[in-house]
Design a protein around this ligand. Sequence first.
Ligand code: GLN
Length: 485
Amino acid sequence: MNFKKTSISDLHKKYINKEANVKDVIKNVIDNISKEKDKNFLITFTDKEALNISENIMIEKNKFLSGIPYVNKDNVSTKGVLTTAGSKLLKDYVPPYDATITELLKKQQAIQIGKSALDELGMGGTGLFSFNGIVKNPIDEKRIIGGSSSGSAYSVCKGLVPFAIGTDTGDSIRKPASYAGIYGYKPTYGSISRYGVIPYAPSLDHVGFFTNFAEDLVYLADVFIKYDKKDSTSINNEKDYLKVLEKKVQKNKFVFIKQVWDYLSENLKEAYLKLFDILKKDGHIVEMVSFNKNLLDAIPAMYMMISFAEGVSTSSNLDGINFGFRQEGNDYEDIIKKTRTYSFGDTVKRRFLLGSYQLRKENQELLLAKSKKVRRLVVEELNKIYEDCDILILPPSLKEAPLINEVYGTDIEERYDGDSAFLQDLLILANLNGMPSITLPFIKDNKTNMPIGININSKPFTDDNLLSITIYLEKIIKSNFNKEN
Ligand code: GLN
């Protein structure tokens, strides 16, 4: 079965009409994944468990995920199943409990096929830094698929499963989705429980998913967007999301940031202008808006300051004492030092170092507090934009996925300087104010034929409208831009 062509609801219908049975589907999925074993996209292949579960699934009419195979990201806790967060420090860690989202998936009788590779602890954007090896872009293996949710993006891009779980602190769902030509959605901050998800930076972390069809995002939103009292940042954004599938799209006002537009390639400009024309013909409004350029320029640095400081602080339990791998030493400090020196990769070490530096007493006011003030200004700028618009369009990437050897060993620190540096990290805007954000497939680069996505955002709590616009845009894009999508 190829899930580039079969959506969640297609498979559900097949189950209901007895045109497919769960066991055969799962066997087929396992066979397909077995052929890809050397691709590093799974840290753990839960084939045997999946097969066992498939024997006893009761397909129910309105339980859209029952019997549907999926891939979970390996920073999501799964009771009794290895959960490493892509880190050597957790390479043998088996959680004694399920994350809330794992529980929800089990309740729906969705079938976990494996746990996917990620840049260690979610820190990174390339897919090159999971402890189990490099994850490449299946469309062109010389290129990255992006990260940190690399293995999840891989499995959906290849059509191995219809959906996969991701997490997104800066853009870790939405950037790989652009590089892989698939859908990537992170809902409003706090909508999906993070209980049991190994954190990177709690004030920015979101859970979300990848699919090959816009409609599938709606079925997933309906299941996952639930208040959870176990997560102190959980908010109630529950709605009957399935209604989105019936409603006609309303007239919306779309905006694009002028200061971003100026840096787009001619190809991208042409594609966007064509899209704007179609939207206007359909009765929508499309306008350019202005965004304080100083604030845009500050995004990468501010993101680094906040996420590195939160990262080092929230990961303080990864010390070789409480969890996972331990390198023996003379005392507590020595154990931590040896364990961390041995287990963490370069990115995590560098980020922890910079994070700790800001958390020193004398630097907190000077550095960290300042970043938080800048964050507040960005949020206010976004609030202002949303006073008079519904949808903010952003380019998730300006180009197709980069070549592995162009980016190997580089990290976000190297690109905070310069006039257009912010463009690579624009999607972080949605982590700063928590707005819902979706990347859709858009065009193919005319030289490399690699996908480049489009990203849309709306005011926090308006996930339903954003989903409905996604379904609407999918149709437009499929018939006007990218016919094979
Ligand atoms: N690529 C960004 C980073 O390196 C985002 C990571 C994420 O969203 N988890 O921090």
